[in-house]
Design a protein around this ligand. Structure first.
Ligand code: ADP
Ligand code: MG
Length: 718
């Protein structure tokens, strides 16, 4: 395949300089290889023709045979359009163009036979097709089989490119001698083991499927190949990093941890917490640097696990830090950790953007002389002038707000990189975790502390507002506290603040016998703290807020989360907000207030919230609705959304197969490792062996180079 990657697309017959430029700028096609890896996004059954009588609104792209009766132009300016009356011999329908009107009119002649492709739609009882693909009917060459439809851009259409143009270029390429001699991109050992379709056959079938079954096998092969190389790439560098960056060794857990465990914690750890602590402990004495992602639903007790891990560092004479995304959350963590720390002689301090200079100086010296054992803070803590005496563990809470680069800055806080524990309360779908966070080991807390009652979630419309308020009134009478959250509209901060303020005034008015606090992103930190304290201390019984409270706030007495304009929030955000209640022993409620006229998709999203409290199910559903590219964290990565054919929503099984195979191959073939032999991270060999021949290994290396030569080398970030 390397030969195809070396050939400029302009040398393909029928392309030339100017078309090559277009292909490069519009579709990213520079070489022979790029073209052949540009797959149809859909296939049409060429042997099946529909008649106008058979059309149904839910049909995808279909084809109809017939002729145009006449073309007429309608409308003016931007509303100008061209209509073509088209007949299948029995009934008529319309075709419509909103652009390229002049060209279309010149291109097709009434009376001649054509095939039109497109998605039919019914408007005022007339079937029509907008911007159909049109092909001359060639009776000497009857159409057969599946035909690929390639995606085009508006600019390409303007320059007379059709899906057929691309198809013809591919056809010429498949006949080219370079293609005839192409080598497989996967070692035969792997092709064999997984019964994959060989590359050449797969590429032919991707573009010109010989049957539905062949197309399925071809797609499976290409997806596997793509995911296998992504996994191999991620894992190779994770291992290289593991080799280059030695891990700090914590020989003992120390007395503080034992004392805390046996005398201080008022409850029993859940089995999941214990299991994760064992995993972390194993990393900390292994001699390799830990890079671990801790996933667990809101309220499962990650903070406890983080603190006990910090005690492990303390026990071996190391400092720790915990970084949180907001001041409120950092402050809350600080208060929890300080209390716990005091019980076992561990000094905890807080550093945020609003820490006064005098305090800041004290903290800096406490960190360098080692008298501060745990530092909690916001981004402020990765600033360059914050120096530790010997940082051993860095905990990052709520990963999705931090990028890989910020994680890497933590590694530099000690001569030997500290262990890193990244915690996220927005569960990440498994497939996403394996690609986007593929360089992290994953631990999961899949168990909530006992005695928690699942939160009851209710969908309510504006017309039911009074009954919602009377329910809130009852909870208040019973002594409970209430959150009321408004969405933040980024395009118009002033307006959203206005709706928040109006909401606040209304609530103060209705519940005038209770104190109401008011908190949003534009408050000064001191004011935010003050308002926050009103609520955590129980003085204020109602909090009216924007999503600043989304992460981490812990007030067990709160029993109602009322979310205004719930339709404006993403699923993960709603899940986070809901996690703020249900922390005490009593039944809690999450009320999603919404407009009555929400669309079907929005309704579906809100219904998911009322049906399940399982964060993993919700994040999977969220990914299905929004697509993996829009998930939190994905944007910083770069890998997951460059996938051309595999799809993290539907190809979960292939993702795991590809990852397991990549691990197997790396474990068995030290020659593949980016540096010398012997890896620092060795898996437990759970997937068995895959011994590759030397030519197979050099082929893998060559292919990795072609695919990822331009991407970031994660191992060098530190
Ligand atoms: P999260 O995982 O969302 O960060 P927290 O660490 O804030 O969860 O824990 C939520 C609450 O549960 C805290 O009040 C914490 O003290 C409590 N908690 C943690 N572990 C347990 C346990 N094993 N049993 C009972 N309560 C626990
Ligand atoms: Mg938390």
């Amino acid at each position: 395949m390397d030969t195809l990657a070396r050939y400029d697309i302009k040398f393909l017959k029928g392309v030339g300089e100017s078309r090559a430029k277009l292909l490069a700028s519009e579709l990213g096609i520079h070489t022979f290889r790029d073209l052949i890896y540009t797959f149809p996004f859909r296939y049409v059954d060429r042997s099946r023709f529909y008649t106008v009588d058979e059309l149904r609104p839910e049909m995808p792209m279909i084809q109809i045979k017939g002729h145009f009766i006449r073309f007429t132009e309608e409308g003016e300016g931007v509303r100008r359009r061209l209509k073509g009356l088209f007949s299948d011999g029995k009934r008529m329908m319309e075709t419509v163009w909103f652009s390229r009107i002049r060209q279309i009119e010149g291109l097709y002649k009434p009376g001649e036979e054509y095939i039109i492709f497109g998605k039919p739609s019914l408007y005022r009882n007339v079937w029509s097709m907008a911007h159909p693909e049109i092909e001359k009917l060639d009776s000497s060459h009857p159409p057969h089989g599946l035909r690929g439809i390639y995606s085009l851009t508006e600019k390409l259409r303007d320059r007379q490119f059709s899906a057929r143009t691309i198809g013809k270029m591919v056809e010429r390429l498949l006949a080219h001698e370079r293609f005839q001699n192409i080598r497989d991109t996967l070692p035969y050992e792997i092709v064999d083991a997984f019964h994959l379709m060989p590359l050449k056959e797969a590429l032919i079938n991707m573009h010109f499927p010989q049957s539905v079954e062949n197309l399925r096998k071809a797609r499976e092969r290409m997806k596997f190949e793509e995911l296998f190389y992504v996994e191999l790439h991620i894992l190779r560098f994770a291992r290289e990093r593991g080799r280059k960056i030695p891990g700090l060794v914590f020989p003992t857990v120390g007395d503080a941890l034992w004392k805390f465990y046996s005398e201080v914690i008022p409850f029993e750890l859940t089995n999941a917490q214990k299991r994760v602590l064992r995993e972390i402990r194993t990393d900390m004495k292994s001699g390799k640097q830990m890079n671990r992602l801790l996933q667990g639903d809101v309220g499962c007790g990650k903070t406890m696990v983080a603190f006990m891990s910090m005690l492990m560092a303390f026990g071996s004479g190391f400092q720790s830090c915990m970084m949180a995304p907001t001041e409120i959350l950092a402050t809350q963590h600080y208060e929890t950790l300080k209390k716990w720390g005091e019980s076992v002689g561990v000094r905890v301090e807080l550093l945020t953007g609003s820490t006064r200079q005098s305090v800041r100086n004290e903290i800096h010296s406490g960190l360098t002389d080692g008298s501060i054992h745990i530092l909690v803070g916001t981004h402020a803590l990765i600033e360059d002038n914050v120096e530790f005496r010997n940082l051993g563990l860095a905990v990052v809470d709520e990963q999705h707000r931090f990028g890989v680069m910020q994680r890497a800055r933590l590694w530099r806080k000690n001569k030997a990189a500290p262990h890193i524990l990244v915690m996220t309360a927005t569960p990440i779908p498994r497939t996403l975790a394996m690609t986007v966070y593929g360089d992290l080991e994953v631990s999961v807390i899949d168990e909530l502390p006992p005695g928690r009652k699942p939160v009851t979630t209710l969908l309510r419309f504006e017309s039911q507002r009074q009954s919602v308020y009377s329910m809130i009134g009852n909870e208040l009478k019973a002594g409970r506290q209430i959150y009321i959250v408004y969405p933040l509209v980024h395009e118009n901060e002033k307006l959203s603040l206005k709706s928040l303020e109006e909401g606040y005034v209304r609530i103060c008015d209705i519940f005038n016998q209770y104190k109401v606090c008011f908190i949003h992103g534009q408050l000064k930190p001191a004011e935010k703290d003050w308002q926050m304290n009103l609520f955590t201390s129980g003085k204020a019984r109602i909090m009216v807020a924007t999503t600043v409270i989304e992460v981490g706030v812990n007030v067990p007495n709160a029993s109602v989360m009322l979310i205004e304009n719930a339709e404006r929030f993403g699923l993960s955000q709603l899940h986070q907000l809901r996690g703020r209640v249900g922390r005490g022993a009593d039944q809690s409620f999450c009320i999603l207030m919404t407009r009555p006229d929400i669309g079907g998709d929005t309704r579906k999203r809100l219904d998911i919230m009322t049906e399940t409290t399982d964060g993993f199910l919700i994040s999977e559903a969220d990914m299905k609705i929004r697509g993996p590219g829009d998930m939190e964290g994905t944007r910083q990565s770069g890998l997951a959304f460059n996938l051309k054919i595999a799809d993290l929503v539907h190809d979960g099984q292939i993702v795991s197969m590809a990852r397991e195979e990549a691990i197997r191959v790396l474990d068995t073939n030290p020659a593949l490792n980016a540096g010398e032999t012997q890896t620092a991270i060795t898996s437990k060999g759970e997937y068995g062996l895959r011994q590759l021949s030397p030519p197979s290994i050099s082929m893998l290396l060559r292919e990795l180079d072609i695919r990822f030569a331009r991407s970031v080398d994660w191992s060098r970030i530190s």
